[in-house]
Write a protein that binds this ligand. Structure first.
Ligand SMILES: Nc1nc2c(c(=O)[nH]1)N[C@H]1C(S)=C(S)[C@@H](COP(=O)(O)OP(=O)(O)OC[C@H]3O[C@@H](n4cnc5c(=O)[nH]c(N)nc54)[C@H](O)[C@@H]3O)O[C@H]1N2
Ligand SMILES: Nc1nc2c(c(=O)[nH]1)N[C@H]1C(S)=C(S)[C@@H](COP(=O)(O)OP(=O)(O)OC[C@H]3O[C@@H](n4cnc5c(=O)[nH]c(N)nc54)[C@H](O)[C@@H]3O)O[C@H]1N2
Ligand SMILES: [Mo]
Length: 763
């Protein structure tokens, strides 16, 4: 294992030039658009920039590869945001990584480079192969590359020795073909980025309301009386959500942010698309900000539940007709231990009562959340407590009310709908088997964490990735890297170079593919793909740009060609699927509920919405009722002298892709190795603002009684910052080395990226 050389990281990340300014109190506005154009023009040139950005989220254009926030239902104006523009520029860049690049750079030398440097090299153009024992990747033909994968798969003792990862940009068509191939091959080993992301939401919602997705639409948000934004930073990660929140506010909604950090986008929003945003002072978005302690949300929502019950402001009719478990819940919430509640939340009783009053008096309430909630040990319980509070007021299946887990990757929700799941339902597999005359395995496969264990322990022998950057995205970087190095073959279908290409099995392949912005031409002509957004709207996406290289194959083509080689006697017409994606959609229409008349319905500009039964108060849980659930109070404990660290995104990154080294809204310039700490904690720890420290994580096992293990991330600069007391924040992926593999959420197995016990060691 070669840990990233510090020197290179310092040179490249320019931390020597790091500047810390004061955090911003408003987001977006003109400077944001100017900044994004600068990056676009640098990567694409002026003409390509204008031509490309005009197509984003447009009729006959492509779906933005940025986030999964939906397009406004009735708007004919294309919405465009700074970070969407960056995501497009990253893909549409004119820079190229050609075979000569790989001849010049050994794999070992690429491994010394930072994520930022790797991404900046440009688009991958040619399939590349690292033969066993070689130090460099060499160009290889598609035929030979796919034969190599097929050979490795054939040589396994069991299909379960292969692992097939998916990131969340893969289209519905590619995802469907991929999971079909994997299941016909004989395994459910389909981990995906969702395992590290919203898995806790899926688990929690499936158990309580019968569907693992959100229940609201954009129109609901605009119609809501009260929107809670909990554990989410939309100013950076879902900038278009701010326009929706602004519309909601114009309509009289109140917005409350619950977050250990006072994130700029929620404090004031300067909408670049309105006159008020450009010349005015912007819209103050959050009416209240609750600076909760990391992991304090379960305690907060239990307290709100208690207060609503005490006031008697509950929707008795809804509870009686549509729920189960109310009596047990009411009994569990009858008493409240204020001391523990205040300790867990870090809030005052007055703040908590204030929140409960708002919920009690609002006619319709929506709770939005993202990684601040899902990446904790008790994430599933926390989400279910939020559901409890909504159920108390009948805030599901009513206009302007419901749950809104805000998804990350632009098609992560669609990939799951298409069957990218290690624990598929029997109904799904039955339908798949009937459609294709195959026999899918019924045994569950591995998720992302189990995939690492499986490779670490020598069971997983082939790692195939449809997109993403697994070694950087996963927790416990050193363990994950060592696991990948044990396998016989690593194979990545990718658009851009990343660190996962440098941490190889004995043999390795990089298969370059089309991005969503590019034209996809197959035998029957130009193809259309589809995606599903965070609100279950499915719509078409048409790539418009010329492909980055003539040699690229689409993800669908790669899957189909691989399947033809790996499954010689297959009953599936793989060439037919590749030649005409409409054929894939016909299959999807017959296998996946809600996709009837698929082809016809994607002709509409806005696409169509998949059925969300809870909107009609139909709950596909036992007894047809939504479930109240009872959970013992949990919150992360942190020994004295230690801090609870969350790992977050800066404004200049997309997950493991580092666009630049600034975090504008948090006042950081030209560097990423910073750790944000409350000023009082800084001085109580005997440290100083600006001091350079190592961050050392301390892990004593799931139950806290194992022997202590430590993990270290070196050379971070302390930035005194108004985060909740006892809490700290630093950027991922640099800090993924600190998150222990076994530290995961109960029930969803999601790494606890927002809750790592650390100490800061002066250097
Ligand atoms: N530009 C850009 N857009 C993106 C991404 C990107 O990297 N860059 N990533 C995409 C993906 S895959 C995803 S999943 C989403 C992620 O979107 P977010 O979830 O917004 O991303 P994070 O940066 O992880 O921010 C977590 C937020 O939760 C808060 N938080 C942390 N812990 C707690 C807690 O215990 N309680 C509460 N109440 N709050 C807490 C943090 O302070 C922070 O504001 O964004 C998507 N969109
Ligand atoms: N510590 C910590 N770790 C985290 C998180 C955290 O908050 N903290 N967040 C987690 C979350 S929410 C997520 S979703 C995961 C993200 O995990 P991943 O999805 O695995 O990671 P990304 O960085 O989004 O993947 C970027 C790579 O995807 C490839 N790519 C981009 N577009 C395409 C495409 O269209 N097709 C193909 N085939 N490849 C493409 C490019 O090669 C690029 O380098 O990370 C997780 N890891
Ligand atoms: Mo995500």
């Amino acid at each position: 294992m070669a840990p990233m050389a510090r020197k290179d990281v310092l040179d490249d990340q320019g931390d020597a030039h790091l500047e810390v300014g004061s955090p911003k109190t408003s987001a977006a506005g003109v400077p944001a658009v100017v900044r994004s154009m600068r990056m676009s023009v640098e990567q694409m040139g002026v003409v390509r920039t204008a031509r490309t950005l005009l197509r984003v989220n447009q009729d006959k254009g492509f779906d933005c590869p940025g986030c999964a926030w939906p397009d406004p239902a009735h708007s004919h104006r294309a919405e465009f945001c700074e970070n969407g523009a960056k995501a497009v520029a990253e893909e549409a860049t004119k820079r190229r990584v050609e075979p000569a690049f790989f001849a010049e750079h050994s794999i070992a030398s690429l491994r010394e480079k930072s994520d930022h440097w790797l991404g900046r090299q440009g688009r991958l153009t040619t399939p590349m192969h690292k033969p066993e024992g070689a130090s460099h990747y060499e160009p290889v033909t598609w035929e030979r590359a796919l034969d190599i994968v097929a050979r490795h798969l054939r040589e396994l003792d069991s299909p379960d020795e292969a692992i097939f990862y998916t990131s969340g940009r893969t289209s519905n068509e590619a995802a469907f073909a991929y999971q079909l191939f994997v299941r016909e091959f004989g395994t459910n080993n389909l981990p995906d980025c969702s395992n590290m992301c919203h898995e806790s939401s899926g688990t929690a919602l499936m158990e309580t309301i019968g569907i693992g997705k959100g229940t609201v639409t954009i129109d609901d948000l605009v119609a809501a009386d009260l929107v809670l934004v909990v554990g989410q930073n939309p100013g950076t990660n879902h900038p278009r959500m701010l326009s929706t929140l602004e519309a909601a506010k114009d309509n009289g909604a109140r917005v409350i942010s619950v977050n250990p950090l006072p994130e700029a986008g929620l404090m004031t929003f300067r909408n670049p698309q309105t006159v008020r945003g450009v010349v005015g002072r912007g819209t103050p978005l959050a009416d209240r900000h609750l600076g909760v302690r990391l992991g304090g949300d379960q305690a907060l929502f239990q307290a709100v539940g208690h207060l609503l019950l005490a006031r008697g402001t509950v929707d008795r009719d809804f509870i009686d007709r549509h729920t189960t478990g109310f009596d047990a819940y009411a009994e569990a919430r009858r008493e409240i231990d204020w001391e523990t509640t205040l300790l867990a939340t870090g809030l005052t009783e007055q703040e908590i009562r204030g929140l409960a009053d708002e919920v009690a008096t609002a006619g319709s309430v929506i709770v939005c959340w993202a990684m601040g909630i899902t990446q904790h040990r008790h994430a599933v319980a926390t989400i279910q407590e939020m559901v409890n509070v909504l159920l108390l007021g009948g805030h599901i299946g009513r206009e302007g009310a419901g749950v809104c887990p805000v998804r990350g990757h632009s098609n992560v929700q669609g990939d799951r709908t298409m069957g990218i799941f290690e624990r598929p339902s029997a109904a799904f597999l039955d339908a798949l088997d009937a459609e294709f005359s195959i026999e899918s395995p019924r045994e569950h496969g591995v998720d992302a964490v189990e995939a690492v264990r499986s490779m670490r322990d020598g069971r997983g022998r082939v790692f195939f990735a449809m997109g993403g950057n697994f070694v950087r995205a996963m927790s416990d970087s050193d363990v994950t890297e060592a696991a990948l190095e044990r396998v016989g073959l690593t194979c990545h279908v990718s658009t851009k170079l990343n660190r996962s290409h440098t941490v190889t099995g004995r043999e390795a392949l990089i298969l370059p593919t089309l991005g969503r912005t590019e034209r996809d031409v197959q035998l029957t002509g130009e193809q259309v793909v589809t995606v599903e957004d965070s609100m279950a709207m499915v719509h078409a996406s048409r790539g418009r740009l010329a492909p980055a290289s003539d040699t690229l194959l689409s993800e669908v083509a790669i899957v189909c060609e691989l399947a033809r080689r790996a499954l010689p006697g297959s009953s599936v017409d793989w060439a037919g699927l590749r030649g005409d994606y409409r054929v894939i959609r016909q299959h999807i229409a017959r296998v996946v509920p809600g996709f009837e008349r698929f082809e016809e319905r994607i002709q509409d500009r806005g696409g169509f919405q998949l059925p969300l039964p809870p909107r009609e108060r139909t709950f596909t849980v036992e007894g047809g009722r939504a479930r109240f659930t009872v959970h013992p109070l949990a919150y992360p404990s942190c020994p004295p002298g230690r801090l609870l660290l969350q790992t977050v995104r800066s404004h200049d990154q997309y997950n493991t892709t580092i666009y630049g080294l600034d975090d504008h809204y948090r006042g950081i310039k030209a560097g990423r190795r910073v750790v944000f700490v409350n000023p009082t904690d800084v001085s109580e720890l005997g440290l100083a603002d600006g001091q350079i420290v190592d961050i050392v994580s301390e892990w004593r096992g799931v139950d806290g009684d194992d022997a202590l293990t430590e993990r270290r991330a070196e050379e971070f600069r302390i930035v005194a910052y108004p985060t909740a007391r006892g809490c700290a924040a630093a950027y991922f992926p640099e800090t993924n080395v600190l998150v222990p593999l076994d530290s995961t959420a109960r029930g969803s197995n999601t790494p606890t990226s927002k809750s790592v016990v650390v100490r800061l060691e002066a250097r």
